[in-house]
Design a protein around this ligand. Sequence first.
Ligand code: PLP
Length: 389
Amino acid sequence: MPSILSRTTPTINTAHRSSLAPLVVPERLLLGPGPSNADPVVVAAMGHQPIGHLDPAYLTMMDEVQTLLRYAWQTSNELTYPVPGTGSAAMEATLANVVEPGDRVLVGVMGYFGHRLVDMAKRYGGDVRAIHQSWGQVFSLEALRAALIEHRPAVLALVHAETSTGARQPLEGVGALCREFDCLLIVDTVTSLGGVPIFLDEWQVDLAYSCSQKGLSCSPGVSPFTLGARAEEKLARRKTPVANWYLDANLLRKYWGSDRVYHHTAPVNLTYGLREALRLLAEEGLEARWQRHQSTAELLWAGLADLGLSCHVEEEFRLPTLTTVRVPAGVDAKAIARMLLTEHNIEIGGGLGDLAGQVWRVGLMGANSHPDRVETLLTALGQVLHSNH
Ligand SMILES: *Cc1c(COP(=O)(O)O)cnc(C)c1O
């Protein structure tokens, strides 16, 4: 009788020997569009043993996470939950809950993530219209008003921080405009939460979503979304069930609210991390944190100018969390990024979509928004640019 081991078909042979060695993860400085480095405090928190998702200690942690998230977003929305999955899952959660088949959805597309919103809203049956702005520019209130008059949508979706371009969409007045047109406002705050000023309630934003791995300096895999009173009303009026079972806010509420009914097994270790990431944010204070991101980004911009490099977005609309740097003529953008990684352990991003090959994307988010990191990057960038000529 052959042993059970000898009958296993995908065998581990000598060619796979490295897969038998304990895991080695290279140390990288993550200065791209995300993920950003997790704060060491967050990494330590995630190293604890899992506990049950209905354990009283876990339920307390869930309440803390909700309170801290409301602070981070400056909202009092009851329905404020992190869902398992990355930012795209939270994006999907907002759309799935308020878009019913046939609903007109207007998307402001000024970069890659606007296109993702269009694609997703269509999959939930939305009658999707898009307005476009060139990559690196933002929409004016007048342009948004004209689009609302033309399209009369039930939902308007905008990206606050367009990570593909480095532009910050101003949101003052947009929520009031949407109310005038009886339209819900969804805002993507994936690259702004924890780094760029956000006032969800003051701005009358109805739904928003974000992620854990950018401005919050946690690992990827758990992503917050929030729904205000007007969005809850639309959810209650639905004629059809939410097409996505996993992200149905009515079901999630039974677990996150007072019922505490099992819905899914929560990613408990990621919740530990998110809880600590949000605690660090609260400890620092939102205003101090926003100021830190702004002043650190300004150091980067000044240093880039010293290297003869220019930024793609004009300063008024430039994100402190993500800077697009124009690639000088004759420079191989990919080769420079590869050298930064292999010779200096620094990751930066390349251009996407309309900006492919034209820019590098440098993220200074959360714990990485620090003068030391700027110094490290500028020194390394200066060296690789010099050696590449
Ligand atoms: C990163 C990002 C997303 C998607 O998040 P994932 O975590 O990659 O799924 C969505 N919107 C914006 C603006 C982003 O920067």
